[in-house]
Design a protein around this ligand. Structure first.
Ligand SMILES: [Zn+2]
Ligand SMILES: [Zn+2]
Length: 602
């Protein structure tokens, strides 16, 4: 039996027929010969593939063909006696490896070889010449994931199968059905490498899982049971043959692969780089964190991508990935891209955390203000437009660090001249005043009842433990919501300082403040979890559980959001509409398992 399976269990599905930049024209010669069916021309073409291909030696051609077979580019076709004859008649002094994986028994189809080379070149963003040259061989020699890149449908026509352009192939979901029908998955470090530190490796594995948990509704937990097969995912370090359909090939080449959709095998003989940070540009080393993120991607159902910067590119496991051939490229972090996130969510569902607050957070920048939308759920804060990675509450607002594990509302009030901002966070009976630029506290926690509560002779005060709050920039009033009631409050004095004990401009039922549209699909549910005033079009969003409603304050207001993270909504002013599910409007809110500090740690 061959060392390599003809049809590996996990095969990346690649779409090869899409056109886009960058495009490389195929050489005229290759086109004319490839289209011919005459045996003689095929032989000439194959000969030219060798002789024009920048002087590859016999051994190098064998190596390349073995690579193409191993990684799914030449699945059903074998080199023929022709290659033997060509190799034997050449002047190369390379020793022919009698133990080569090339099976010489059946006919080589030179057209398929050229196609296979072209496809490989497409995946590695090389000019698609279809010729075996030194650049192509060099790319084949880079370390990589051992899962095959492509499976080609032999029933389709040649013309349809032949790639025309070197187009980045987007990552696709593997057609292989996964056995994970749960969102809670366990993992086990089944076999350690004696060359590595177990704690360090465990930390990296946890980090890799938490990166996926940050972008998809998945939870991963470690199990320590010694018994094999006790975890959904088993991770182990192996060398050579290792009770698996594949065998490892020592340093370089196949660095890791998945097995039976439940195991990650890592080649113990690789030089593994454990640094969690930007990797060293070291040739031959394998970046363990990226390797783990990549292989977990396979287990979740992803195939390979031909985007060099994708974590699912076969070379992404390298400390020095193929991307670095581009002079301007930087080493990618182990971040999961939009395509991968979209595909994984299509399979495992959307992310639907319970939202505590949403705010267009403004901060001073130079002489003006900038703003971004922040969504808060328990200890996590997502900045919209920055992917699915949340910051911790204490990272987004350092003044709250260690003081709160959740907020009821965050709001900013603007002075009448627009020059001063006051930033407040509310939690239970307390509120906090923060610096708008740094998020640091300007004073210690104060009681809501003391400063905004009902005073003798007054009918109302701002209650404690509010459900939601927002600042209406058109009216310049703050709106606090608890139960079915809204408390409208003029928060700022003319000098820009906080106005206290002056409740309220208005105390009104929510259904009077937000009259529902006649065609409203779902009545508002209280208590609310959050309220959000979108400053770009003065739309108020009311959020309860997994549902949201919206109310356009301005007549003629339209959705002017340009944020790709938010959906567009039909706007009808002064009426409350049911908007749909929270995850349809705020799309990048996943697990809070690994809130980190991207804003301040860079
Ligand atoms: Zn892979
Ligand atoms: Zn294996």
């Amino acid at each position: 039996m061959s060392c390599y399976p003809r049809l590996p269990l996990l095969i990346g599905y690649l779409l090869l027929l899409v056109c886009g930049a960058p495009c490389y024209a195929r050489p005229a010669k290759a086109l004319s010969t490839v289209d011919s069916n005459e045996t003689q021309n095929r032989a000439v073409d194959f000969e030219s593939a060798i002789s024009n291909g920048s002087l590859l030696s016999d051994g190098e051609v064998r190596e390349a063909v073995a690579y193409l077979q191993k990684f799914g580019y030449l699945n059903s076709l074998e080199p023929s006696a022709q290659i033997h004859a060509l190799l034997n008649s050449s002047n190369s002094t390379d020793e022919i490896d009698s133990g080569s994986d090339i099976d010489n028994s059946t006919a080589l189809d030179s057209i398929d070889l050229a196609e296979a080379v072209s496809k490989f070149q497409a995946v590695y963003q090389l000019p698609m010449t279809g010729l075996l040259d030194l650049a192509t061989l060099a790319a084949m020699r880079e370390g990589r994931c051992g899962v095959a890149d492509a499976q080609f449908d032999s029933s389709s026509s040649r013309a349809a199968r032949r790639p025309k352009r070197s187009t980045p192939i987007r990552v696709e979901m593997d057609a292989e059905p996964r056995r994970f029908d749960t969102r809670n998955l366990s993992w086990r470090l089944a076999r350690m490498s004696e060359r590595l530190n177990r704690n360090q490796v465990t930390k990296l594995i946890r980090r890799a899982f938490s990166l996926w948990a940050s972008v998809a509704p998945l939870r991963f937990s470690q199990v320590f049971n010694e018994q094999e097969g006790t975890a959904d995912i088993e991770i182990g370090f192996y060398r050579g043959s290792h009770n698996c359909q594949r065998r490892f090939d020592g340093p370089g080449g196949d660095a890791a692969h998945t097995q039976a959709a439940s195991a990650i095998h890592i080649d113990i003989e690789e030089e593994l780089q454990l640094s969690d940070n930007r990797p060293v540009r070291q040739r031959g080393a394998v970046h363990l964190l990226r390797l783990l993120v990549h292989e977990i991607g396979h287990l979740l159902g992803l195939g390979h991508s031909s985007h060099l910067s994708s974590i699912m590119h076969p070379s992404s496991v390298n400390a020095r990935p193929a991307l670095l051939r581009r002079p301007t490229s930087r080493v990618p972090a182990a971040l999961i891209g939009r395509d991968e996130i979209r595909l994984v969510r299509e399979r495992y569902g959307p992310c639907s955390p319970r939202i505590d607050a949403i705010i267009d957070w403004r901060y001073e920048l130079g002489r003006g203000f900038e703003s971004y939308t922040r969504v808060v759920s328990r200890g996590s804060v997502w900045t919209q437009g920055r992917g699915g990675y949340p910051d911790s509450l204490g990272c987004a607002w350092p003044g709250l660090d260690g003081r709160l594990d959740r907020v009821d509302a965050v709001l900013q009030a603007e002075s009448p001249d627009g020059r001063a901002l006051i930033s407040l966070a509310f939690s239970g009976a307390e509120y906090f005043v923060m610096n708008s630029s740094t998020g640091a506290l300007l004073s210690s926690a104060a009681r809501i009842s003391a400063d905004f509560g009902r005073r003798t002779g007054e009918q109302y005060g701002i209650p404690e433990s509010i459900d939601a709050a927002y600042y209406d920039y058109a009216k310049r009033t703050a709106v606090f919501i608890k139960g079915d009631w809204a408390f409208e409050y003029d928060l700022l004095q003319h000098n820009g300082s906080l106005r206290k004990n002056n409740c309220c401009v208005r105390h009104v039922k929510l259904n009077r403040m937000f009259p529902k549209a006649p065609n409203n699909l779902k009545p508002l549910v209280t208590p609310l979890d959050a309220a959000y005033y979108r400053r770009s079009d003065s739309t108020v969003f009311l959020i309860s559980g997994q549902d949201f409603w919206y109310y356009a304050s301005n007549i003629g207001a339209v959705n002017r959001t340009s944020d790709a993270d938010e959906a567009r909504l039909p706007a009808q002013p002064k009426l409350l509409h049911y908007g749909g599910k929270v995850h349809q409007q705020w799309r990048n809110l996943c697990s809070m398992a690994d809130a980190r500090c991207s804003l301040h740690s860079g």
